[in-house]
Write a protein that binds this ligand. Structure first.
Ligand code: UD1
Ligand code: PEP
Length: 434
């Protein structure tokens, strides 16, 4: 397992361009299975999860060509469904979360799909009921084989239906949507997730000939069509990476410009950092984070302690709470971090406590952070990255700490952040990959 060795205390200076969004890329790449025509995708991040998904499609018989920097074309005119039954497929698709989204396209186009329990971050229970109940409502049959942890879905014909999802699942909505675009008749999905990832997927599907309305809302209406055609699509900048850089800059006292962030797609993220006391200036489509000597967490208007809690979009994404938490340790003031969706995502605070941060883990979902201001610098430590976002939070902590820290298991960071060491070193960080 690779590791990072980080010499803390160096300020960053300069411009950084965010990568394409991981969670959008995973949806968009799966959507290429919906047509036999060529689909060109630009701004694909070069990260482990995405590369594993691209390889999975190649192994299924999709012709994938590298057509430029971070750009690929996909042509799914000869998909080998037998591959879905081999060991190699099961192993590879179980390595990432996004692979579950091949189910919707495969059922819609070929009437069958098999998928093992998907991988992804081990951050608590991550059920798939919403996906399969939704696809069943369209007329598919579904069997779960508990011993192999395998899901099998077959359908003679998909028919449009009304459905009210039991939760606004991001990958679940994407899966159902990709099945519904080729179903007969009208599908209505209420309580749909509506992150920019899903807005982008819907826009791409419409470019391919689908008829989706209600984009950006939690009520999607889909008029099924016979077939879809090829298109070109460009992936948005990764809003989680943008947020990670804002927090990193403030905590390390850096002065950076995050280029071409697609500001209007960041939702509540910039204002949430502002409530943490961080100054960030929107300049055109860039965000400039100036040097901070200190930042002070706001209280609520009535003087009570600030709470950051996740919520389905347009609420605050759960994927940034680990970053808010670490950045709060060096703020003045206190904040309660409430991770409602996942029950095992806050345990990494132990490492921050070892580094000298003042945090009370109230229960698996809530941590109270007592910011000590920048005069109480964190101590260097040796740690293991448990998941992508805890990993980036620990990297931020190590970059701001006194001394040399080591983070093991950085595959967990590489799953979601492209060449993070090289890109940050260009701005003045001291990160060595072992
Ligand atoms: C590949 C991908 O796109 N991964 C993202 C996707 O995962 P993913 O699509 O797997 O996550 P879901 O949206 O399905 O659900 C996340 C968890 O939150 C719970 N839940 C969900 C919705 C809700 O309204 N209330 C609620 O409690 C679910 O039970 C589940 O345990 O969305 C998550 C939630 O934004 C993100 O953390 C992941 O980065
Ligand atoms: C939880 C995440 O990813 P995944 O769903 O791929 O595990 C994430 O991106 O923070």
């Amino acid at each position: 397992m690779a590791s990072f060795v980080i010499e803390g205390g160096h300020r960053l200076q300069g411009d950084i361009v965010p990568q394409g969004a991981k969670n959008e890329a995973l949806q968009i790449i799966c959507a290429t299975l919906l047509t036999s025509e060529e689909v060109k995708i630009y701004n694909i991040p070069d990260i482990l999860d995405v590369n594993n998904l691209i390889q999975l499609l190649r192994d299924m018989g999709v012709t994938v060509q590298h057509i430029g920097v971070n750009a690929y074309s996909f042509k799914a005119d000869n998909v080998n469904l037998d591959y879905l039954h081999c060991e190699d497929f099961l192993r590879r698709s179980a390595s990432l979360r996004g692979s579950v989204m091949i189910v919707g396209p495969l059922v819609a186009r070929f009437g069958m799909a098999v998928i093992p329990k998907p991988g992804g971050d081990k951050i608590g229970r991550r059920r798939l009921d919403t996906h399969f109940i939704g696809i069943q409502k369209l007329g598919a049959d579904f069997t779960y084989y508990p011993e192999q942890q395998l899901y099998e879905i077959t359908a003679r014909e998909l028919k449009g239906a009304y459905m009210l999802l039991d939760e606004a699942s991001v990958t679940g909505t994407a899966n159902i949507l990709m099945a519904a675009v080729l179903a007969k008749g009208t599908t209505t999905i209420y309580n749909a997730a509506c992150e920019p990832y899903l807005q982008q997927l819907s826009k791409m599907l419409n470019k391919m000939g689908a008829k989706i309305s209600g984009i950006g809302s939690n009520l999607l209406t889909v008029e099924g069509v016979e077939s879809l055609e090829g298109c070109s699509h460009t992936i948005l900048p990764d809003m989680i990476e943008v947020g990670s850089f804002i927090g990193m800059a403030a905590m390390t006292g850096s002065d950076i410009r995050i280029k071409n962030v697609s500001y209007n797609d960041l939702g509540i993220i910039p204002d949430s950092f502002r409530r943490l006391g961080i100054t960030l200036n929107q300049e055109g489509d860039d965000i400039h984070v100036p040097h901070h000597d200190y930042y002070e967490i706001e209280t609520f208007i009535d003087g009570s302690i600030m709470t950051f809690a996740d919520a389905p979009w347009p609420g605050l994404t759960p994927d940034l709470l680990s970053v808010f938490l670490v950045v709060a340790t060096q703020a003045k003031g206190s904040v309660l971090i409430h991770q409602k969706m996942f029950e095992s995502r806050l345990f990494f605070v132990d490492k921050l406590i070892d580094m000298g941060a003042q945090i009370i883990l109230c229960d698996p979902h809530r941590a109270a952070v007592i910011g000590q201001g920048k005069s109480h610098t964190l101590r260097a430590a040796t740690m293991v990255s448990p998941d992508i976002r805890a990993g980036i939070a620990l990297l931020i902590a190590a970059m701001s700490a006194d001394g040399i820290s080591t983070i093991h298991n950085i595959d967990q960071i590489d799953r979601g952040y492209q060449d993070i060491d090289k890109r940050l070193n260009k701005l003045g960080a001291r990160i060595t990959r072992l």
